[in-house]
Design a protein. Structure first.
Length: 398
């Protein structure tokens, strides 16, 4: 029995030596390529660019602290699609802020709509002198401008986190239609070759993300699938490449559970108008008095390779004056995962600390948030990921 065990150990060692020798031969012949054993070449994402919302971060990564993966060594491609006025650009600004301030990284924005304003970035405290902005004429030019910039950065620092935000895919043209009329290029009917060009660009970008802590976040709009009775009711411009190459994809929409569209308005004291006075003054929407100062937004994860949140959703609150609300929506997300229990009207809560097994009974949502804030360890892993971790790393494994 001992002889058989020894033979197995020698076989294992011999295989390891063969792999090392063969890998070295590949590296000598194919310089610049990546060839290594999986234990060294693969990693779990451990550095994340926060979206500013704990519930959205948890949807992206499946845990807190979470967000969009950007390292430690390798980034990824992220596709964010949504309806109009659902805060896509503002979410990207929050990611830029986290990369520039907390991670001490670099951020580059490719902006083709020409509508970016310094109001929101300045309101959340973004260091504007550290944010680089490009306004290219086409997809091809956008890639060339970013690639040259990125290559120069990587010559000096290969480990600094880099976030490239593309805003947006729908408003960018391909070269084949940029300098031609819409009729000549077929731009009205076929998108002017966007899908073809995007496929080529994302193939190259996937190579960059697999070698450096560089992450691309693409913003996209949604369109109605007119005439579709069966299947998705929404689609995104740009064809299939954004879906295929993205490691993480989520769609944004206005929350329907908060008064229809989720808008939050400033408080305004109005007199009690009668119907005649309201008609005379043209006040038909008294219930909508006050300026919109924020919105509840729903995010649904439609693809993920970085978490266990596929086909689940999270809600967060975006204040147009101050930025993302860090805690709003987190309790609802934890209830969805089963980490927090509540009654029908969500007036009482019960939470269990995984570290100690302590069960806390909480009389309000505010008390529940305070408990979560003081027991941040309970956010490290949700139950599904705890089981996944045990399956991958059994007891005694290093």
């Amino acid at each position: 029995m001992a002889t058989r065990t020894k033979a197995k150990a020698e076989t294992k060692d011999m295989r390891a030596a063969l792999i090392v020798q063969a890998t070295a031969a590949v590296k000598r012949k194919h310089r610049g390529s990546i060839s290594d054993v999986a234990s060294l070449a693969l990693e779990y994402p451990s550095v994340f660019a926060s979206t500013g919302s704990l519930s959205l971060d948890r949807l992206c990564a499946g845990l807190n602290p979470g967000g969009v993966p950007i390292g430690e060594h390798y980034g990824c491609i992220v596709h964010v699609a949504g309806e109009w006025s659902t805060g896509k650009t503002l979410v990207l600004d929050q990611m830029f802020l986290d990369v520039l301030v907390r991670l001490k990284g670099l951020a580059k924005r490719t902006e083709t709509e020409g509508t970016a304003s310094p109001h929101f970035p300045e309101a959340i405290g973004m260091p504007m002198d550290l944010l680089s902005i490009d306004r290219p004429d086409s997809f091809e030019q956008a890639w060339d401008m970013f690639y040259e910039w990125h290559e120069d950065v990587r010559k000096q620092d290969k480990r600094i986190p880099v976030l490239w935000g593309f805003d947006s895919l729908d408003s960018t043209e391909a070269d084949k239609s940029a300098d031609k009329g819409l009729g000549e290029s077929g731009g009205w009917h076929f998108g002017g070759g966007r899908a073809e060009v995007l496929g080529a660009i994302l193939r190259k970008m996937a190579k960059v993300c697999s070698r450096y802590p560089t992450t691309l976040v693409m913003l996209n709009q949604t369109r109605d699938n007119v005439g579709v009775m069966f299947g998705p009711k929404k689609r995104t411009p740009g064809g299939n490449p954004p879906h295929f190459y993205a490691s993480l994809e989520f769609w944004l929409s206005g929350s329907t559970g908060r008064g229809g569209k989720g808008f939050v308005r400033s408080a305004v004291d109005l007199p009690k108008f009668d119907q005649k006075t309201m008609r005379h003054l043209g006040l038909f929407d008294v219930d909508d008095a006050g300026a919109v100062v924020g919105r509840y937004i729903k995010a649904k994860c439609t693809k993920t390779k970085v978490g266990t949140t596929l086909d689940t959703s999270a809600e967060f609150y975006l204040d147009f004056r101050r930025g993302m609300h860090r805690w709003e929506g987190l309790v609802e997300r934890l209830v969805l995962e089963g980490m927090v229990r509540t009654n029908k009207d969500m007036s009482e809560f019960e939470a269990t600390d995984p570290a100690t097994g302590e069960v806390a009974k909480l009389a309000s949502k505010k008390a529940c948030l305070n408990y979560v804030a003081s027991h941040l360890g309970m956010l490290a892993l949700n139950p599904a990921e705890a089981a996944f971790s045990e399956m991958q790393a059994p007891e005694g494994a290093k």
